[in-house]
Design a protein around this ligand. Structure first.
Ligand code: C5J
Length: 222
């Protein structure tokens, strides 16, 4: 038992550091760098850079405290057998999931664009979870891994705030985990969606979670 108190909205959160995991969502080249999935959907990928430094600070603190660290990557099998047609058919017709791009085939496992950005590269022994959907629980062994490690609190950061971060937090909340978004360590292609996305989590007394920031998280667990 290692209780810590985290400054958060709508209220401070007390949790057991030994039963918490840091989940870094989809900090992949395909979302953060030109030529990847994010850009093919018409987005300005430079907007996601803001989350890299804070994610790094959260990772550093979690690693130093011995906390379970989980990285996720959104992407598909090379034969696209796990990619729903409804997902593939979105975006510019000439540059869709599976099509060749400057970082290899878009959103396909094993391609350079699927890698996590160099600054946040997983360390040996950290869990790297490949997910075909937006949420980290969908078609993955995340629940098993969390259960095996006795985890009851999820500290979540990464991209994008209103898509994969939200989906993961919403489902984590329904599954009974305390879920905290580290706001400055999340980012969106739409600054307004980022702001409102964080508001949505913590509204109504924390309807599906808490919002904190990387420095407060580091202070709380150090
Ligand atoms: C999106 C994600 N936005 N990681 N994926 O398609 O949020």
């Amino acid at each position: 038992m290692n209780k810590v108190q985290l400054a958060a909205d709508p209220a401070p959160l007390i949790f057991d550091r030994d039963r918490a995991a840091l989940i870094v969502i989809d900090m992949q080249r395909d979302f953060l760098e030109p030529g990847g999935f994010g850009e093919t959907l018409g987005n300005d990928v430079s907007l996601l850079q803001a989350a890299v430094g804070p994610c790094g600070r959260a990772l550093e603190a979690a690693r130093a405290s011995g906390m379970l660290v989980i990285h996720t990557r959104e992407g598909h099998r090379p034969d696209l057998s796990d990619a729903p047609p409804a997902k593939i058919q979105r975006g510019v017709p000439s540059r869709r999931i599976g099509d060749p791009g400057p970082m290899g085939r878009i959103l396909v496992r094993g391609e350079p664009g699927h890698d996590i950005v160099a600054e946040l590269a997983p360390l040996a022994g950290e869990v790297v979870l490949d997910k075909p959907g937006k949420g980290a629980f969908h078609q993955t062994d995340l629940a098993q891994i969390l259960g095996n490690n006795g985890i009851d609190t999820l500290i979540v950061c990464g991209v994008t705030t209103e898509v994969c971060v939200h989906t993961t937090i919403r489902e984590g909340n329904d599954r009974g985990y305390r879920c905290v978004a580290l706001g400055d360590a999340c980012a969106s292609y739409f600054p307004e969606f980022h702001r409102v996305g964080l508001e949505m989590i913590k509204a109504q007394g924390g309807i599906f979670g808490w919002v904190s920031d990387a420095a407060s998280f580091a202070n709380a667990i150090t």
